[in-house]
Design a protein around this ligand. Structure first.
Ligand code: URA
Length: 242
């Protein structure tokens, strides 16, 4: 534990008197709430502190949102292929890895970080972190499929899939849908549709762990998470037990 003003000094937000001023002006949030007392105690590695909109991190963790394009592999290094880490600015790549994987042909939201603990929590099968995808599917997706996704499907694993939410946008020879799953089996979404006799021809992740893909990012572009987003992604996964 440490005083808030000391914490902000040590994380590079100014001198003791400067940060005291900022705190008293109500510009510092601890776990989403304004704290105006410089002596307020924070837990350095756990509390989410945001100073004038910028996250204060004791360990220099970085969090990036990438709009992954198709054709790029979700790895840190590959001898032949371009990786998602290659799409970050060069100075931001050190120690950074993708939080889970998207297939080479899948687009959309991918988080990258050097915060191994957070990544582990987001990916832990016990946490059931939600991931939402937009998909274009060959085959007529109908109400009966909504029910079957909800009940769980046999995709050749030991257990049937956990309940998934299927939302139909259009239904036809090609159907457009959103699907939300809370596990991350290999090719999960594609295999779930195969399980009901359809083929995914386009897949894009639009949300993960409460973080929504920024519509302003084109495929291949990235940006750092805002302080608020860092709190969301941490808040979603903290304190829920391992
Ligand atoms: N499900 C898939 O089938 N592929 C992905 O890339 C992500 C989820």
């Amino acid at each position: 534990m440490m005083r808030l003003d000391k914490f902000l000094c040590e994380t590079g937000f100014g001198t003791r008197s400067q940060v005291k001023g900022v705190i008293k002006k109500g510009l510092v949030l601890v776990n989403g709430k304004v704290v105006k007392r410089p002596e307020h105690q924070v837990e350095e590695e756990r509390d989410c502190v945001v100073c004038e909109g910028k996250p204060a991190q004791y360990q220099k963790f970085v969090y990036w949102m990438l709009h992954k394009p198709a054709g790029v592999v979700s790895a840190t290094e590959d001898r032949k292929e371009r990786t998602v880490v290659d799409l970050l600015p060069e100075e931001a790549r050190k120690g950074v890895f993708p939080v889970g994987r998207l297939d080479k042909d899948t687009e959309g939201l991918l988080l990258l970080t050097n915060d191994g603990e957070l990544a582990h929590r987001l990916l832990s099968p016990k946490r059931h972190v939600e991931k939402r995808y937009y998909a274009e599917v060959e085959g007529r997706v109908m109400e009966e499929h909504v029910q079957r996704f909800q009940e769980g499907l046999d995709i050749g694993e030991k257990r049937i899939t956990m309940p998934a939410k299927l939302e139909i946008v259009t239904s036809g020879e090609i159907s457009e849908v959103y699907v939300t799953v809370c596990e991350g089996k290999f090719h999960q979404v594609k295999r779930m549709f195969e399980g009901v006799g359809c083929r995914v021809r386009y897949l894009k992740r639009v949300e993960m762990g409460g973080i929504v893909l920024d519509e302003g990012l084109r495929a291949g572009e990235c940006r750092e998470l805002t302080g608020e987003e860092v709190c969301v992604v941490r808040g979603m996964t903290l304190g829920l037990g391992e």
